[in-house]
Design a binder for this molecule. Structure first.
Ligand code: FES
Length: 182
């Protein structure tokens, strides 16, 4: 699948600063992360300082500056899910994928993330695969889901919804800490 060029995404919006968040959301949805070049193109087209675009990109948790896997698995470790066995689910998925939470497999097939409450505490422990929720998880169920995903039985459809909360000002950003996208 070839990605839509960033210039085409920019064409969808007015050429003004106020479009930056929507543009970045679309880029994140398309590429599953924000490539450095995309930030540069966005800054140039919207006539914004690059540092300002980086501020937005690093402030909102929905954005990632590093590439993610084809499938993103999230295990809830919020209080209720933690008490219900979330850490055991995470351990099972880490073992199955051979990576730790917060990382991506070398072949970019899977990314694994720990998340906080997704608002379904009564159905926990919760796990999300490409934003599709799975409830009442057990380590065995997690193993089975990862296997189904690996075998293609579970569609790896990139359905990641980018939800950006806009409350609060962007925090200052240290640009020297931002790695170039590879
Ligand atoms: S703590 Fe996991 S859904 Fe609430």
């Amino acid at each position: 699948m070839s990605e839509i060029p960033v210039s085409e995404i920019l064409d969808r919006y007015p050429t003004e600063r106020a479009s930056s968040l929507a543009v970045l959301e679309d880029v994140q949805r398309e590429y599953k992360y924000l490539p450095r070049e995309a930030l540069e193109t966005t800054a140039e087209r919207l006539k914004m300082p690059l540092s300002e675009v980086y501020q937005i990109a690093t402030f909102f948790k929905a954005f990632s500056l590093t590439p993610k896997g084809e499938n993103v698995i999230k295990v809830c470790l919020g209080t209720a899910c933690h008490v219900g066995g979330g850490p055991r689910i995470m351990a099972a998925v880490e073992k199955s994928l051979g990576i730790k939470a917060g990382s991506t497999t070398p072949d970019y097939k899977f990314s694994l993330e720990a998340i906080r409450c997704v608002g379904a505490c009564a159905s926990g422990p919760m796990m999300l695969i490409n934003e599709q929720p799975y409830s009442k998880m057990t380590p065995a169920k997690a193993d089975e889901l990862v296997e189904r995903l690996r075998s293609g039985e579970l569609a790896p459809e990139p359905t990641e919804a980018v939800t950006v909360e806009t409350a609060g000002p962007p925090a200052p950003v240290d640009l020297s800490a931002v790695p170039p996208a590879g």
